[in-house]
Design a protein around this ligand. Structure first.
Ligand SMILES: Cc1cc2nc3c(=O)[nH]c(=O)nc-3n(C[C@H](O)[C@H](O)[C@H](O)COP(=O)(O)O)c2cc1C
Length: 221
């Protein structure tokens, strides 16, 4: 696959088949992804790959906390309030996602069901959890983690797999810490749900937009 095709065709997958992904395929992706760049080549990332029984245990506990409406306590705080333009883009994305499955903004129950499906990783049979060291200021390690995360997603796409990068997987990091024995000196940053896309689901087909270059690029000539 051409790199430019992979970049354009990759999209977030929000409904997976439950079919297991062979462990060798997952390790092959990570093996290639480790060639992603990082500041000073420090590669401060660490990953935990959850499948099978431990993953089911995670989904159950994550769903329970979501149903109980427990206040999230992620290792990195989320933006409290969004500037107008970013909020507009976020709302536009949410509208496309919900309307793809016929859910109206005011239908809180149906929206809740989608968030619950995210708590169980949209049925993905694998979760890759990305961490950085707690001992460092998080900014650049998070930047590096972002680079390798996108590399993982592109490689997965190239191999016929789908991914969803997820805050929703790390809202209750203590569950992951316990199930995956993630040490206290790691900050749990993000999850990547991985699996075979359900190609029929409208959640995997709605239109996504991107800002025009004129909105975010300034040429100095
Ligand atoms: C750091 C990060 C966290 C994300 N967390 C979630 C999430 O919890 N749930 C979700 O549905 N999508 C999540 N996404 C996916 C974004 O919504 C998605 O990338 C964006 O809407 C652009 O769509 P695309 O990936 O299909 O191009 C996340 C993406 C990133 C980069």
């Amino acid at each position: 696959m051409q790199l430019s095709d992979a970049i354009r065709e990759r999209r977030s997958i929000r409904k997976f088949k439950t079919t297991e992904v062979p462990a060798a395929l997952i390790s092959g992706i990570l093996e290639e992804a480790r060639w992603a760049p990082s500041g000073g080549n420090m590669q401060s990332w660490t990953f935990y790959v959850l499948t099978g029984g431990p993953l089911e245990e995670f989904k159950k506990a994550n769903l329970q906390k979501t149903l109980d409406k427990e206040a999230p306590s992620p290792d990195v705080p989320m933006s409290p309030a969004l500037p107008d333009e970013l909020r507009r883009r976020y709302m536009e994305f949410a509208e496309s996602m919900f309307s793809s499955i016929g859910v109206k903004r005011e239908d809180k129950e149906a929206r809740g069901r989608l968030y619950q499906s995210m708590a169980t990783l949209c049925d993905a049979p694998c979760l890759i959890v990305g961490c950085i060291p707690k001992s460092l200021p998080p900014d650049y390690p998070m930047f590096d983690l972002g680079l390798i995360t996108q590399t993982i997603c592109l490689l997965a796409h190239d191999k016929g797999l789908g991914t969803l990068i997820m805050y929703a997987a790390v809202l209750y990091p203590e569950i992951l810490r316990k199930i995956a024995s993630i040490p206290e000196d790691r900050r749990i940053i993000v999850g990547v749900a991985l699996g075979y896309p359900d190609r029929e689901s409208p959640l995997n087909h709605f239109e996504r937009k991107r800002a025009a270059l004129s909105e975010f690029v300034t040429w100095i000539k």
